[in-house]
Write a protein that binds this ligand. Sequence first.
Ligand SMILES: Nc1ncnc2c1ncn2[C@@H]1O[C@H](COP(=O)(O)OP(=O)(O)OP(=O)(O)O)[C@@H](O)[C@H]1O
Ligand SMILES: [Mg+2]
Length: 205
Amino acid sequence: METVLQIKNLTKRYGRLTAVNKLNLEIQKGCVFGILGPNGSGKTTTLGILLDVINKTDGDFSWFGQPATKEMRKRVGAILETPIFYPYLSAVKNLEIVAAIKGAPVANIEPVLKKVELYERRFDKFRTYSLGMKQRLSIASALLCDPEVMILDEPTNGLDPQGIAEIRRLIKEIAADGKTIILASHLLDEVQKVCTHFCILKKEI
Ligand SMILES: Nc1ncnc2c1ncn2[C@@H]1O[C@H](COP(=O)(O)OP(=O)(O)OP(=O)(O)O)[C@@H](O)[C@H]1O
Ligand SMILES: [Mg+2]
């Protein structure tokens, strides 16, 4: 067993409000780990801290058994909220821009578009995509660096049943490729359907 992520007593306070209260968690390589909890239970805050976009108040975490560094972060892909793509550019153009920013190989664009089943539509403008397609492009964008870990925050929010089924199938496929997945969701059903392990966050009263 290889520990990908260890969280110890992680705490985040916003003034008097405690968003995350002494969270302890260990996630092993290869699992699909669900963070289940109602609205406001601190899922997005936790993921934001793990990705260094939110400052923690207290506690600690380590990726791959080491303190967080920029290099380490390259091994973790994420979709926290729908990223902004250029509406008048195609999927290919948008991913070329992402690749340039992240320093990912341009050669990865074609395989990731195939993986998320957008290859046929790759030259269409982003603004013409359905919500499900936009979400799949975000996943493609997170896969560009070929990360070992994928973080997905509510990946099926707002999608219709077919879109939800497509994203869930894609998550399982990505897991089958050997990536560790950390997925936040408020849907018990979603966590039951795609996760191998899970934890439950509850809201402070
Ligand atoms: N920037 C902020 N300033 C103040 N309070 C915040 C801030 N961000 C989040 N919070 C609060 O922290 C708590 C946890 O919010 P968070 O977004 O992490 O929950 P969540 O589990 O992701 O919820 P959801 O299911 O609605 O996405 C909430 O009470 C929220 O109001
Ligand atoms: Mg959230």
